[in-house]
Design a protein around this ligand. Structure first.
Ligand SMILES: Nc1ncnc2c1ncn2[C@@H]1O[C@H](COP(=O)(O)OP(=O)(O)OP(=O)(O)O)[C@@H](O)[C@H]1O
Length: 787
């Protein structure tokens, strides 16, 4: 490194550090000051006079309590803001910045070029001198996008030209410049190599210093309503998209919170794996969930098919899966729901004391008395109102009935007191939320109340009203919750009638075949079970009937591993989050659940958006694995030619052949020992959960953690994990258990084998009993070793 340059840069670094340190001291003082203020306000609680005997006294007390609360909240707020600033700066001070660019705003500009430094966050002194710019600032895009010379970058006001004269990268450790070099390209390979050579860990890290040009496009895109990112395993889709979330939170600061961003991820384990990236970037994590969680949470009484069942047990006919997951099916549900505007709504009587109080035929009359322009949701609302009125009108009739007399006679002293004293129940009250109920409760108090009745008749009337009201209350709740709609029956009816709305033969399914399948679905439903595909149909139908408008508060929705979704599920998500912009990431080569059905996914999904608002980005460069591993894994695929390995050297993948499972186990132990010595984190990936369990038992090694559920945590060291849970993760070393004819034979398992093999960063070992899997037949022999 040129000494002169180093000297100048060290000076700048020291100046920055000094300012940062001073700023830390100032912020700390500010926090202490606010702390003191807060404790002063808290102390002054004693001054709040509690006057509760008169109405105006109550109001006055309430006002001063509110003022105190507001003051506290404001101070707490500024304290939290200061604390966040303090924490961010403390983190940043170790590496204040990682790059510098010199540029002039336009080519013709003959003045001194501007110099800016780029880091995790912006830092300026009290006089507004910027020492460091946030990596997300528009101008910082120059650093990621191009080399020296003329460049163009996007600002909120449009495109801006600049002429770059210098790009310098730094490695700063604990306030000292370790290395520094100038580069003419976007992000120097040396820098990238350095970042990639690190050990894997159980937590993903941010890639802010080495974001690649293509990734930068993903990160800063604000135009597309649907941004579709297709990229090979390890091409940095997930990494880029997490940076993108941080970018969006910066770009729309004040208008967008992390609670308005949802990431749908493949499984819980993956959630755990990526949950440090945003905090590392100084942002709060977005909402993370799996589609299973999203769907099953809405149907608490039904056991929705789990990930493992979906992968291992759900061997449903692929033609049927294709139909149920199709956009045609989505449209069929819509058409069916539309038909319900005329007839066919399945209803339930409202039953009281084992008799239909309002028979379903009557409900149907009410439901269909509104004219044809009513939408399903309006129909439901109007029916609800009418039913509530009918229920109220039944009060008088019921009060005169014998059962009421009997209940009055049988009242215990305590029950009597409760009824007479409380007078709390009123039909239709939603006790917690209803303001009227709250007021009444406060007026009457909670204790016993003496009440005088003018006559026995008046007493009976009062009691009867209380008793009937109490008895009818659950019915009022049923009506409010729309329990008179029989959604289960409606779903079954739709499935039976589906052939009228969708051309089954286009999918090669006969009417009989379909009906047979529907009977199976009905049986499952009787046992409170549904597959994920059926659950989605169920929920969509439910939402159409009840007029749900979806979550309008969510602005950005991310879906990772999109190839494992069906077009139906995606359309359902679009319907459920109508105002969200979608960013979806996928690798069709890793479709392990939907297999071939994933092929048209992109086209199908894109039809739901305006064509000019759809953008596609393809990532072909992979970063995770060594050249040797990437070259090997891509040949497992039939069409893996679009995958470029990053030029990083390592050993060739090794296939170990053993003659028996016992021998495989022995080979595994040796391999594990070797990996452990080199401190490589290792994942032994089995095909199924059963395999994972029995292997853990056979291995009986307390240093190896069995991951059998997605709710577990990733452990450092070695783990055994079933294939479907390894999605999206990466490890220094991967050992594929039983990479032979017993597990990986069928062509349809090619993508699975590719998915698990591509988890490896530096070392890949396949253990095969007797023969290696035939899926390696097309892989050039010089790309791996056989032992
Ligand atoms: N620009 C980059 N600089 C440094 N590391 C990167 C960069 N891009 C990606 N990586 C690293 O490459 C690895 C793979 O990235 P990531 O997991 O995002 O890939 P992916 O496309 O989501 O893969 P998969 O489809 O297999 O889940 C990660 O360790 C990530 O940190």
């Amino acid at each position: 490194m040129n000494e002169k340059i180093k000297q100048v840069e060290t000076q700048y670094l020291n100046k920055t550090l000094k300012k940062m340190n001073q700023s830390l001291i100032d912020i700390e003082a500010e926090i202490n000051r606010t702390n003191k203020n807060i404790s002063d306000v808290s102390k002054s609680w004693g001054d709040v006079r509690l006057k509760t005997d008169t109405y105006s006294g109550i109001v006055e007390t309430a006002m001063s309590v509110r003022q105190q609360q507001q003051m506290l909240a404001e101070r707490e707020n500024s304290k939290t803001r200061a604390e966040v600033r303090f924490e961010t700066l403390k983190k940043q001070i170790k590496k204040p910045y990682f790059a510098r660019i010199d540029f002039s705003e336009s080519v013709s500009d003959s003045g001194e070029p501007e110099t800016i430094y780029i880091g995790l966050g912006s830092f300026s002194d009290d006089d507004n001198n910027y020492y460091v710019y946030d990596w997300r600032a528009p101008v910082a895009s120059i650093y990621y996008d191009g080399g020296i010379g003329d460049v163009e970058y996007l600002t909120p006001d449009g495109s801006q030209k600049a002429h770059v004269t210098l790009k310098r990268q730094f490695q700063i450790e604990d306030g000292v410049i370790v290395t520094l070099f100038d580069t003419e390209e976007a992000i120097g390979d040396a820098m990238l190599m350095n970042a990639l050579n690190g050990e894997s860990s159980t937590k993903m890290k941010s890639i802010v210093t080495t974001i690649q040009k293509e990734q930068n496009k993903i990160i800063r895109n604000t135009n597309a309503d649907l941004l579709f990112v297709q990229g090979a395993a390890g091409s940095g889709k997930t990494a880029a998209v997490l940076q993108r979330i941080a970018y969006l939170l910066y770009r729309y600061r004040g208008k967008l919170t992390s609670g308005q961003v949802i990431l749908f991820s493949p499984n819980q384990l993956f959630n755990d794996y990526i949950d440090q990236v945003l905090p590392e970037l100084g942002e709060q994590n977005m909402v993370q969930m799996t589609f299973y969680q999203y769907a099953s949470r809405r149907l608490p009484k039904i056991a929705v098919e789990t990930l493992q069942e979906r992968f291992e047990i759900d061997k449903a006919d692929s033609k049927l899966s294709l139909i149920k997951g199709s956009l045609m099916m989505f449209k069929a549900v819509e058409a069916y729901a539309n038909s319900l505007n005329k007839h066919g709504m399945k209803l339930r009587s409202i039953v009281f004391r084992n008799e239909p109080l309002i028979p379903k035929e009557r409900i149907a009359e009410i439901y269909y008395q509104y004219n044809e322009n009513y939408k399903l949701s309006q129909r439901l609302e109007a029916t609800r109102d009418t039913l509530m009125r009918i229920l109220s009108s039944r009060l008088g009739t019921e009060m005169r009935k014998d059962w009421v007399d009997l209940e009055i006679e049988n009242l215990s002293k305590q029950e009597y007191d409760e009824l007479v004293g409380a007078g709390r129940v009123r039909m239709g009250d939603n006790e917690e939320a209803d303001a009227a109920a709250v007021t009444r409760r406060t007026q009457l108090g909670q204790g016993e109340q003496e009440r005088e009745f003018s006559s026995e008749k008046a007493e009976r009337k009062f009691l009867a009203k209380q008793i009937v009201t109490r008895a009818l209350k659950p019915l009022a709740q049923q009506i409010r919750r729309g329990r008179f709609l029989n959604i289960n029956a409606q779903f079954v009816d739709f499935m039976r009638e589906a052939h009228k709305y969708i051309d089954l033969s286009a999918y090669g399914v006969s009417d009989e075949g379909w009906q047979l399948h529907v009977e199976q679905v009905i049986n499952n439903l009787k046992n409170h079970q549904l597959s994920l595909a059926d659950t989605t149909i169920y929920l969509y139908l439910y939402d159409l009937i009840t007029g749900k408008h979806g979550e309008r508060d969510i602005r950005f929705l991310f879906i990772d591993e999109i190839q494992d979704y069906t077009p139906f599920q995606l359309a359902f998500l679009k319907f459920s989050f109508p105002l969200a912009k979608f960013t979806v990431l996928g690798d069709l080569n890793q479709a392990i659940f939907t297999k071939d059905n994933a092929t048209h996914l992109r086209e199908d999904f894109a039809t739901l958006f305006a064509p000019e608002r759809v953008e596609n980005i393809q990532l072909t460069q992979t970063y995770r694995s060594t050249q040797q591993i990437t070259d090997f894994t891509k040949e497992i695929l039939i069409d893996g030619q679009n995958i470029d390995a990053f030029n990083r050297n390592g050993e060739k993948p090794v296939v170990h052949i053993g003659q028996s499972e016992k021998e495989l186990l022995q080979l595994l132990k040796v391999q594990l020992q070797g990996n452990a010595q080199e401190q490589e984190s290792t994942a032994i990936i089995t095909k199924t959960l059963a395999d994972a369990k029995s292997l853990a038992q056979a291995l009986n090694d307390k240093n190896v953690t069995l991951i059998q559920s997605e709710n577990q945590r990733l452990a450092p060291g070695a783990i055994i994990v079933p294939s479907y849970l390894a999605k999206g993760l990466e490890f220094d070393a991967v050992i594929i258990w039983h990479a032979d004819t017993t597990r990986y034979t069928d062509n349809s398992e090619r993508r699975l084998l590719y998915t698990v093999a591509s988890r490896a960063m530096h070392r890949l070992t396949l253990l095969s009993e007797k023969n290696a899997t035939p899926l390696l037949n097309n892989v050039a022999k010089d790309l791996y070793e056989v032992r």
